[in-house]
Design a protein around this ligand. Sequence first.
Ligand code: G3H
Ligand code: 13P
Ligand code: ZN
Length: 330
Amino acid sequence: MPLVPAKILLDDAVKNKYAVGAFNVNNMEQIQAIMAAAKETMSPVIIQASRGALEYSNLIYLKKLMEAAVIDNPEVPLAVHLDHGNSLETVKQAIDLGFTSVMIDGSLKEDSKTPTTFEENVEITKKVVEYAHPFGVTVEGELGTLGGIEDGVGSGEVNLTDPDQAVEFVKETGVDSLAVAIGTSHGAYKFKEEPKLALDIVKEINKKMPELPLVMHGSSSVPKELVDLVNKWGGKMPDACGVPVAQIQSVIPFGVAKVNVDTDGRMVITGTIRKILTEKPEEFDPRKYLGPARDALYEMIAERMKDFYTAGHASEIKDVTLEEAKAFYK
Ligand code: G3H
Ligand code: 13P
Ligand code: ZN
């Protein structure tokens, strides 16, 4: 199957009440782990790259790795997505690279820090939709802002999504999916105490727009065993805390069709490499620690695919090219 537009995956997920995992990547091992997990669990999947990831890979390396992922795993329905696009220029760059889905995070200005007004968000998001749809490319918008600034994305202020404004936003912009702010944040330190998400916001938006795929950012669970793995082998991540999987599962039936996970992957890779290098200080062949890190990432991602009820849904996805997808948006 060639790369499909994310809309194909997300619409099927809403209809069948599961969520597609969207996993961030920067290198070959991460892509291989994600594809192997998707193949093993028969899951559709979204691989996403941030602007930082594109820069790190000098654009062309990630592009070619994505192409390799398709060639190596033709049975996996895969969409390639730009995470947190901040301008029309970044979106154009991603579409030029062959991405089948883009996010425009118009909730923040181009600096990815300063919150925008509703009108400014509508204006930039609409421009991106007008540009992307003729290419058959899916567009994710964001309304409301997440908390947290750990990874450089975010204002540090939480501004939960207003369901009535969400209806107006979707109507005015024509986005295919909407990232909602319900109290999560990026990174490993999401909560100081028991996580309390505004799950009712999801339910209310879903009631108003039952067919609209919703996106949960900042969805890493940061489970205790991952924190322990990192800390046991010399890491220092005290008080790391994420979103319990059960809380994500409770909103998946209400239109949450895309769940973004980056931090859990970073932690499993780091913890595994720390363990190996500590146990075998004589080791200096990168394959001897990158390989096991890739295996551990594969395990974690396959588990999330089951947690998000994605496993087994690959066979339902129709093979739709970007050329054919142009018809959706007329
Ligand atoms: O949204 C943030 C993702 O975790 C990507 O992070 O910008 O450090 O690549 P990054
Ligand atoms: P985490 O930091 O919780 O993994 O969130 C990732 C994300 O939302 C990427 O857009
Ligand atoms: Zn995000």
